[in-house]
Design a binder for this molecule. Structure first.
Ligand code: FAD
Ligand code: SIN
Length: 523
């Protein structure tokens, strides 16, 4: 059994920022970060476009940014949250700069601001096309200077400890006392007790076959919170990014930043026509939900495999300078940017809903906080405005840190150890891959950009069968992170499907063809 003052699950922007702040402010408290792979592996690490920051100046006002966020969120954002997050951005940016983050500036020292879909002005602070890499570099470097922070890499959080594990009755709000963690170095399950627990476990992209998210994005935090009975909402709002490289020779998916369209790139169909204006007056710079749906519909009409992102009319040298990673990937794939468009398709990218938190970042379980992509703060509504995610993580990490100035100093004394009840057999790796593939195919086919009543029913039935098979396995075998991930993805897919079934209006990242045809409520 380990004890810590503050336990953080996840080492992306949310977890690291919070840990740095608490550890710097309270040298007498210890902070433990557990993370399931190497510390840098996270969605954050792959962020390209940047951080949307308003400076409160004429060319980039708070009010414009608020309006763009509300418009993208399709009427479902929480205005109080939107206002707070946007007004705090530039303060959080100053901190990142003080921690020595580098963002692109011109010769006079002014930030070079990018533009993305749904933004009415250029306001994206970035580090070329690899902002996330720069953020993780700075945050990990900073964390390592703090003696009271411990990072336990290759430690997998299995389940939250609440009254349920303590076999205690609870009255009113439940409480979180710590986490059961699989130490993947020696396959043992340890108990970590903590005065506060922060879920900063990131996204869910891996429930889909075609996703921009890396392999760590298996929805663990959402599923843990769900099993602990925290309130989870907005799971139907899946954001599909419009442009990942279409390459049928590999399962690796590479995102082409929306900043490329902000730089002036056009989306063309196979006939060479810019089709986006058929769908929205903003053309290529409409919000993501609209652009992804337009591509989907265009492909359905044409029966083609992809559309094309065309930069042949742009200044190629400036492009290469601003987008060196994208340029290198295109060259490696044999795409000649000066002569041809990049073949692209949409892919599952971001979860707009998640674990519901209050204005302090606390979930509906006492002592359990959530920050970053796994949290539902109310900022994004039905569809996140581009580059508002890193911003939200920075602002809420600060809010949660401030709410932890005072903490409960009494720890629950007796937490039972993890109960092992299985044999030492494991599910073979190929079996896990087969099950994951099955799950991803269900979501891809029935719970994608455009859904239907019947599709959701089929998906739910198939998922229930899969759930039963995996649950039996989970209960009778030694714990293994891959089976835990599979179980977490199944739990989360269930939430996506069932919350989709409850929504009767098309909004942002949720679109149901039966609602459009008005056939949803028939029968
Ligand atoms: P992550 O950065 O995903 O970190 C989650 C952490 O939790 C990881 O360390 C993971 O290993 C750990 N973890 C998960 N489960 C467990 C477990 N069971 N036990 C232990 N550890 C666990 N947003 C923007 O605002 N601007 C952008 O330009 C941008 N570009 C993007 C480009 C790509 C390709 C992708 C995929 C996303 C992009 N996003 C962007 C979205 C943004 O990057 C993420 O939403 C954000 O980084 C999430 O940060 P996080 O700290 O919440 O989670
Ligand atoms: C991108 O660079 O297109 C991704 C930005 C985001 O997800 O906010």
């Amino acid at each position: 059994m380990k004890e810590t003052d503050h336990l953080v699950i996840g080492s992306g922007i949310a977890g690291l920022t919070y840990a740095i702040k608490i550890a710097e402010q309270f040298k007498n408290r210890n902070v433990t970060i557990i993370t399931k792979e190497a510390a840098k592996e996270s969605n954050t690490q792959y962020a390209q476009g940047g951080i949307a920051i308003s400076r409160g100046i004429k060319q980039n006002t708070f009010e414009q940014h608020i309006e763009d966020t509300l418009k993208a969120g399709d009427g479902l954002c929480n205005l109080v949250v939107v206002d707070k997050v946007i007004r705090e951005g530039s303060q959080r940016l100053k901190e990142l700069i003080a921690w020595e983050a580098n963002f692109d500036q011109d010769d006079s020292g002014k930030f070079i601001l990018g533009k993305e879909g749904g933004h009415s002005v250029n306001r994206i602070i970035h580090h070329k096309d690899c902002t996330g890499k720069e953020l993780i570099r700075v945050l990990l470097k900073k964390v390592k200077t703090l003696a009271n922070v411990t990072i336990l890499s290759h430690h997998f959080a299995i389940d939250l400890i609440t009254e349920h594990q303590l076999k205690k009755k609870h009255y009113g709000k439940k409480k979180c006392f710590g986490v059961y963690v699989l130490d993947q170095h020696n396959d043992s399950v340890i108990t970590i007790k903590s005065k506060t627990v922060l879920l900063a476990t990131g996204g869910i992209g891996q429930v889909y076959k075609t996703t921009t998210n890396p392999s760590i994005a298996t929805a663990d935090g959402i599923a843990m919170a769900y099993r602990a009975k925290a309130h989870i909402e907005g799971m139907e709002f899946i954001q599909f990014h419009p442009t990942i490289v279409y390459d049928h020779t590999t399962t690796e998916k590479f995102l082409i930043s929306e900043a490329v369209r902000g730089f002036g790139a056009y989306l063309r169909n196979s006939m060479g026509r810019r089709f986006l204006f058929d769908y929205d007056v903003r053309g290529e710079l409409a919000s993501r939900d609209i652009v992804s749906r337009a591509i989907y519909q265009e492909l359905r009409k044409s029966k083609e495999k992809c559309v094309y992102l065309d930069i042949t009319h742009l200044d190629i040298d400036s492009f290469k300078k601003q987008f060196p990673t994208i340029t290198a990937v295109c060259i490696a794939k044999g795409i000649n940017l000066e002569l041809e468009g990049i073949p692209v398709v949409p892919a599952a990218h971001y979860l707009c809903g998640g674990i519901v938190v209050d204005e302090f970042g606390e979930t509906t379980i006492d002592n359990l906080y959530a920050c970053g992509e796994c949290a539902n703060t109310g900022l994004h509504g039905a569809n996140r405005l581009a580059s508002n995610s890193l911003l939200e993580a920075l602002v809420y990490a600060d809010i949660i840190y401030k709410s932890h100035f005072k903490i409960d100093t009494k720890l629950m004394l007796d937490i039972p150890d993890w109960e092992t009840n299985g044999t030492i057999t494991r599910m073979p790796k190929e079996e896990i891959i087969r099950y994951k593939d099955k799950l991803q195919s269900i979501l891809e086919k029935h719970v994608g950009i455009i859904r239907s009543k019947r599709g959701l029913e089929i998906a739910r039935k198939k998922l229930e069968e899969l759930f039963l098979e995996i649950e039996v396995y989970y209960k009778t075998n030694t714990i293994d992170s891959r089976i835990c991930e599979l179980r977490n993805m199944i739990n989360t897919a269930f939430l996506i499907i069932t919350q989709s079934q409850k929504r009767h209006t098309n909004k942002g990242g949720y679109y149901n063809i039966d609602i459009e045809k008005n056939t949803f409520k028939k029968e």
